[in-house]
Design a protein around this ligand. Sequence first.
Ligand code: COA
Length: 308
Amino acid sequence: MNEAVVIDEIRRAKDECEKVAPQLEVPPSTLIHTGPDSSLIYDAHNERIKIYGMDPSFTEEIVSHTAVPDLAGKVTVYAPSSQQSDWKAAGFEREAVIQSFYENEDAELWACYPQEERRENEKEDFHQEALDIALSKPVLVSAPALPEGYRSEVGNAQDSDQIADLLRQTFAEYPSSLDPSIIQEQIQTRANHFRMVYDESGHLAAVASAEIDHERRSAELTDCATDKSFQGRGLMGYLLAQLETDLARMFRIKDLYTIARADEIGINCAFRKLGYDFSGRLVNNCRMPNGWESMNVWCKESLAGANS
Ligand SMILES: CC(C)(COP(=O)(O)OP(=O)(O)OC[C@H]1O[C@@H](n2cnc3c(N)ncnc32)[C@H](O)[C@@H]1OP(=O)(O)O)[C@@H](O)C(=O)NCCC(=O)NCCS
């Protein structure tokens, strides 16, 4: 595919998304294959392009054509660390690293901003303070326990309505669709592995999931929400530790990462306490009701299930 064809595909995807947008909470991302081992994802909702496995000079061409205000304000490239000097030379900035994203190599996340104003993180000082609070938390020496009266279960397809309800109550806007049928499909296809915590009356108190890349054998911990009236009791810390154990025992996956809201101190604390390493910030990455939101990347090679 040459760059003109790729740009046409992006424009077509944008038009399609605009057509379906009024009927959907979040227009779906569009996967555009650019070559045998490379792909481009056009994320209309977040006005962002994600690129995997593409040559830097070809990517530069694409970027030069996306510098139209309504197409994409941010381009992120996932690239092996061996290509570092190429992306630097192409004018990209490294924002974060995901450890062992590829089988034996880290992925570096390189960004460029066709819309210059999107590069500016107006909340930089607050994000640094929030990160410092998280980093001041000591890493737990033993696995967190569930407070008395609560139980934890693996989520199955029948739980998708409850999961969607809690996520909708928690987030005013979400980067992906919260349609229960989509969550059901994620569970059935094993794309996502959910865990939940219930209180003694059977009320769903907290949920989190692991979005699994079965081919690369890595997982992103995501969909983290604790009902407001249950926050601060260690439920999320417990759930995330349980997900680590599930991933190790059920899927033999130990390379984990998360892309956590830089605004939300609690979630950064929860990952820090479980021994995740902060590895960078994706500036103005997701659309939220009050503007763009930046995300912190945390990574860990899990030892869960090491003795089982
Ligand atoms: C983030 C969230 C999932 C945390 O859930 P939770 O069950 O309350 O989390 P936990 O109790 O396991 O851990 C939170 C930790 O953050 C700490 N924390 C939260 N806010 C803090 C603050 N302002 N200053 C210092 N520590 C803070 C808590 O004290 C706790 O640490 P501790 O156990 O050492 O006291 C919950 O607040 C939530 O649903 N938020 C809204 C949704 C959201 O933003 N999700 C994250 C998406 S990336």
